[in-house]
Design a protein around this ligand. Sequence first.
Ligand code: FRU
Length: 330
Amino acid sequence: DPEDRQYTIGFSQCTGGDAWRRQMLSAMKGELLFHPEIDLQYRDARGDNAKQISDIRDLVKNGIDLLIVSPNEASPITPVVEEVFKMGIPVIVVDRKISSSFYTAYIGADNYEIGKLAGSYVSELLGGKGKLIEIWGLRGSTPAVERHKGFMSALSGFPDIDIVHEFDGAWEIDTVKHGLGATITQAPAVDLVFAHNDVMAYGAYEVFKESRPDNDTKFIGIDGLPGPAAGIQLVDDKILSATFLYPTGGEEAIRTAGRILKKEHFDKDNMLLSTVIDPKNVRVMKLQTDKISSQQADILRQQEKINEQVNAYTKQSVLIYILLASLVAT
Ligand code: FRU
């Protein structure tokens, strides 16, 4: 019962519709099972900065004890996050950053490092020579900027690798299909497409398959989600040459929130690990993530059973009480 809960956490998500964000939320909910004292209020800004600002103001009005935020774009969201922080409400930033240090804790993987890993991987895959297209995530969001910088730094030693075309795919498959569909007929032959996430890499793959069915262009993405049509499966199906794991940090965010609320020790900056997923390890990754998913489903089922039993017990206790009371009365 939310009224028995001691703490309320507000979670302002920049956009909620994609598989990666759904995984983040379900990881949070899984961890919340261990924190019955915490109530979570969730808001999805649907990729709209103005909505995210008003979502955050609403959550504060509702009296939250802590804010978790994944900012859509850094500059427009920074002032309201600073406001909240300066009111004395702890703020945990996840995945996308704000542009100041007025936050309590940050949780996410190192996007510069991931970009660099991708760049080294690409240079090896192309044997140091080739033409490529880079598809950016939303330019105002920090993972896009950092992935690009890391990628460029890894490629700086390879003068024969050329980025012949680049554009903002806004993290979304439809943007990529429109953006690439228009230019692909004029675009020079490319050896590889590097997209800042798997969803966009898959969009590019589909456009290429349609308009250049005999191409042997390679596709690289980031996220490495489990599940049908997601990154790990796409690598296993040889649609992507590789992807790089980008953990959501959902579980860690709730754990850190618990520590902050109980005034226990926590670290301000928490870096989650990444790794390449390619044909060499994709089977192992698939086995492991499938196993984890089925264990998570088991935990949820057990939780439901426990809830059912608690309900049944409560009902029985009430019946026994009524029975006893009527016996005493007669
Ligand atoms: C999901 C997503 C991921 C990407 C991350 C960057 O909304 O686009 O695919 O890695 O956000 O913030």
